[in-house]
Design a protein around this ligand. Structure first.
Ligand SMILES: Nc1ncnc2c1ncn2[C@@H]1O[C@H](COP(=O)(O)OP(=O)(O)OP(=O)(O)O)[C@@H](O)[C@H]1O
Length: 582
């Protein structure tokens, strides 16, 4: 049962148990709504008896008042517990759901993100989660509880008088069928509405991400027109679906009201024929009114529950993704990285690397070079198990990296890439990301070694200065040196480096070079090299072209061999000569 609920509503085990508890509370509360009916009937019976026996009916007033007050207090307590259990369960589950989504996303391979729209994921994390919170706090427990309590009350009614029971209950299946009829409409509009909402979210996200270019190209008006169009489509879709659903929901409500009329008519006829006591008649009338109240509310909300089917599916599609598993107990014998006949494709049938073999040895600099799109960055990603190879294997210290849990593996790697990501936090914390437990003094020492200290101290609050999202208040060279400081602090034995000094000015370039040379000492270095100066200083060069290793060896060996490497060296020296002549 718990497992089924878990799967059906994408809940945690605890969430499913809490849902069962909440349903039970709602059930008890729904039944308790019959208590006032009982109290009224009991009082009426007592009054009638008193009058029949010639007693003064006011005699027992305080007893009835006390009895009524006790019923009200009991109702209050029951409903308060129902309220508390619903909300506690919802909010705990809502937090759990977001944590497990975030945890799953963290552990998913990059291949998952390659095929997904980021705004789609954001809307699952925010909008879908909120709709599900709403569904669990309001609709689902009440829905189940109403089904159970209607059954129980219905059975009791049949025992008392089957004709009256029929007159009360015949409207229930009709109302349910009418509401279920709106499901088709919900389904047809639901998908369209979600797509419309997603289109608006995409448009907003795109607008924010490209705001600089929109302004630069003077496209504000075009952008606003596009956004207006999408907002109008979303509004139109939502209104249409609400109106169409409303027809079904309102007719279901109307049928429930009709139930009261048939109860009065049947009861009246049976009363007149002397086949029903007045008290029973009153009892059925009150019970019907009490029964229809929560039922009407549930039917009104059930339409909203249909809508969440798509959101649950989207959530499940994330939570049930296979994550990258592997051992957490991993201590490599050495830090050589070896590619052993590696093949890889981002998409099936679209190979990017084919039978790639080379070794990046500990204490050496291995440079990956070759034309754009040859697969250099891809090789680096495979070395760190950002993606899993499709053929062959990548090893670290002889162990296949696909058997090591990614987080454990990444403890041995530091990465310095072109697109340095800095978080909206202080400079100190941005560097400390390299090693969370590092003391301030160690962070500062790493910053000094990475030639960052000087410019950091010039910032308004020094190391405590909060840098903007993605480090936008720092220059390219400064951002890069911060990332080198992070790597120095981490002091991992393997360095993956996307050489990115080409775009820096001379002063920044020499500072970054100096910082890098400190970082790389004695490490296994796999560098994506763009300049022949770096290549000439490498111990081993791997030339990648169209996903194949076309040459490898020391710089001297490759120069002697001729081929692509020599052509690239010659081409670059011609280009720099041409630049100088300009
Ligand atoms: N995430 C991805 N999804 C699909 N294809 C990708 C992805 N990343 C890279 N590619 C493709 O894989 C091929 C190799 O790309 P890669 O970035 O590894 O080349 P590269 O040699 O590093 O190129 P450059 O020197 O221009 O950075 C290219 O055809 C590229 O379009």
């Amino acid at each position: 049962m718990t497992k089924k609920l878990q799967h059906l509503f994408a809940l945690s085990e605890k969430g499913a148990k809490d849902l069962i508890k909440a349903v039970l509370w709602c059930f008890v509360c729904n039944l308790s709504l019959m208590l006032p009916v009982g109290a009224v009937l009991f009082t009426a019976q007592h009054l009638l008896d008193s009058m029949e026996n010639g007693n003064d009916p006011v005699d027992g007033f305080w007893i009835y008042a006390g009895f009524g007050a006790a019923v009200l207090i009991l109702l209050f307590i029951l409903h308060w517990f129902q309220y508390a259990s619903l909300y506690l369960a919802t909010y705990k589950e809502s937090a759990n759901r977001r944590v497990s989504l975030a945890e799953t996303l963290r552990r998913l391979p990059l291949s998952f993100f390659g095929n997904r729209d980021l705004s789609d994921l954001t809307s699952t994390m925010i909008a879908d989660c909120s709709s599900l919170d709403q569904m669990f706090s309001h609709y689902v427990p009440q829905l189940f509880a109403s089904i159970f309590s209607t059954l129980v009350i219905g059975i009791v009614m049949f025992f008392c008088d089957w004709r009256m029971a029929l007159s009360v209950l015949w409207v229930v299946p009709v109302a349910v069928l009418l509401t279920a009829g709106s499901k088709k409409i919900q389904d047809s509009f639901g998908t369209k509405n979600i797509l419309n909402k997603r289109a608006v979210a995409d448009c907003i996200q795109e607008g924010l991400e490209t705001i600089r270019d929109i302004k630069a190209c003077g496209r504000q008006e075009t952008y606003m027109e596009k956004l207006d169009e999408k907002l109008a489509a979303m509004e139109k879709g939502s209104i249409r679906s609400e109106l169409a659903t409303g027809v079904f929901v309102c007719s279901a409500q109307a049928f429930l009201r009709l139930g009261l009329a048939t109860t009065v008519l049947t009861g009246g006829a049976l009363l007149a024929a002397g086949e029903l006591s007045f008290l029973y008649f009153l009892g059925f009338l009150f019970a019907a009114a009490r029964l229809y109240d929560p039922l009407g509310l549930v039917l009104q909300n059930i339409a909203a529950t249909f809508n969440t089917k798509l959101q649950i599916e989207r959530m499940r599609s994330i939570l049930e993704q296979p994550i990258q598993e592997g051992t957490k107990e991993f201590t490599p014998d050495n830090y050589n990285i070896a590619f052993d006949h590696v093949s890889f494709a981002y998409r099936e049938g679209d190979g990017v690397l084919e039978d790639v073999s080379f070794t990046a040895r500990q204490g050496e600099v291995t440079a990956l070079i070759g034309p754009s799109g040859g697969g250099k960055s891809t090789a680096c990603k495979l070395a760190a198990r950002f993606w899993d190879v499709t053929g062959g294997k990548v090893t670290l210290g002889g162990a296949d990296v696909s058997g090591v849990e990614p987080e454990t593996l990444l403890k041995y790697y530091s990465m310095v890439f072109q697109d340095v990501v800095l978080f909206r936090d202080t400079v100190m914390e941005n560097i400390r990301l390299g090693r969370r437990e590092a003391a301030d003094e160690e962070v500062i020492a790493a910053a000094k070694a990475a030639r960052c200290d000087e410019f950091i101290r010039k910032l308004p609050q020094g190391y405590q200065t909060v840098i903007g999202e993605n480090g936008s208040t720092l220059s390219g060279g400064e951002r890069q040196r911060i990332s080198i400081a992070r790597a120095l602090l981490k002091d991992a034995p393997v360095i993956l480096l996307d050489e990115a000094t080409a775009s820096l000015d001379v002063e920044n370039e020499s500072a970054v070079q100096e910082a890098l040379s400190r970082l790389l000492q004695g490490k296994t270095v796999l560098v994506i090299a763009h300049r022949m100066r770096t290549v000439a200083g490498a111990d081993h060069i791997v030339v990648l072209q169209d996903g194949h290793v076309v040459q490898q060896g020391t710089p001297e060996e490759l120069m002697e061999q001729g081929g692509l490497y020599r052509r690239m060296v010659e081409l670059q020296s011609e280009t720099s000569q041409w630049k100088l002549e300009m």
